[in-house]
Design a protein around this ligand. Sequence first.
Ligand SMILES: C[S@@+](CC[C@H](N)C(=O)[O-])C[C@H]1O[C@@H](n2cnc3c(N)ncnc32)[C@H](O)[C@@H]1O
Length: 378
Amino acid sequence: MIIENKYKNSTYYTHGFHPYPAKFTPQIVNKFFNLYCKHGFTILDPFCGSGTTLVEGVLNGMDSVGIDLNPIAYIISRAKLNQYTEKEIQSVRDFIVKIQPQVNNGLFAQNNIPINEDVSVPDFPNRNHWFQENVSYELTILKKKIDEIENKNIKDLLYCAFSKIIVKVSNQDSEVRYTAKKKNHPDGTVFFAFTETVKNYLQVLNKNEHSIIAKAEVYNGDTREVLKNLPENLFDFVITSPPYINTFDYYLYHKQRMFWLGFDHRPVRQNEIGNHHRIDTKKFEVAKSEYIDSMTQIMNELSRVSKPTSYFVIIIGDGIVKGTTIDMSHVIAEICEHCNYSIEKIESVNLSDITRSFNKKFSNATKKEHTITLKNYK
Ligand SMILES: C[S@@+](CC[C@H](N)C(=O)[O-])C[C@H]1O[C@@H](n2cnc3c(N)ncnc32)[C@H](O)[C@@H]1O
């Protein structure tokens, strides 16, 4: 039996470490754990994003595996799942103390001339449009300091905090509005935002209210490829929110973060299933059949790596292409005809009725979100 989720908000424990588009609420995941799982199970989220499923899994005593193409998703998931030792927590505290002078004084201050001329700020398209010069300078120095740390767990946590503050310290209007506006960030902005974020993380990790009682593994790669290397019959339960047709562009959401953390966004854009970029550059019918091919390949692999008669829950929103709503429950049903899954149940709700703020922004009256329960009949 899985522990009944007693939390009303969706940011308890490490769930609030980093924003992520179309993030699961932990309560939804927990509801399906209660229906289909028990302690000791091994579970999989093949499009794990920020790792919500995996965090809930390990808190409920289930070994949890996640896959995501996006390197930012990988960093967030790792930071949320790592078990930090007292020594590691202390090192994080020490790091914060060491950078405190920069919070107070800033680094760029003196007449807008960088104090340390040796710092080479990374060059990427439109950097000066999205970032003030003093902000770029501080981000470069902070990133260099984190790079120098050897411990992987500490690095994950600090990179996650670094990633979290990127939009806040940039000129970007908000997480979901890609317009630039003048924010006049004073010197020290980066270091202040970063230390506040890390302090919040430490508060969560110090609480000791939750304990991780199972193992977690996160793969950063294309689900189509990663699944091929996993053994048969490994998983007792699969749950995911996959990309849909003409889905949100996850790479775009994290593009600036990827620049700053030294990742190339182009392979992510290229391999993201269903994104606008794919639809825009191809005829719709071609993009749709590409989506169906990719998902059929993935679902066949999911059937292979999962145990016979195990359940697979898909939570998916409808896609809209050139004003026409694509009912994704029909698309999934079509895919099931080509793999070893039978549909047990479909529940659909209007997206406009769902209170999740991210979805609201992208919802319209005709769009639905479907929860589709499948059974592996291999
Ligand atoms: C709806 S989001 C998952 C959000 C997740 N449930 C959470 O709570 O954060 C879908 C994810 O699919 C990932 N994705 C898209 N194409 C992929 C691919 N080919 N291989 C692996 N992941 C992919 C995106 O990077 C995105 O993180």
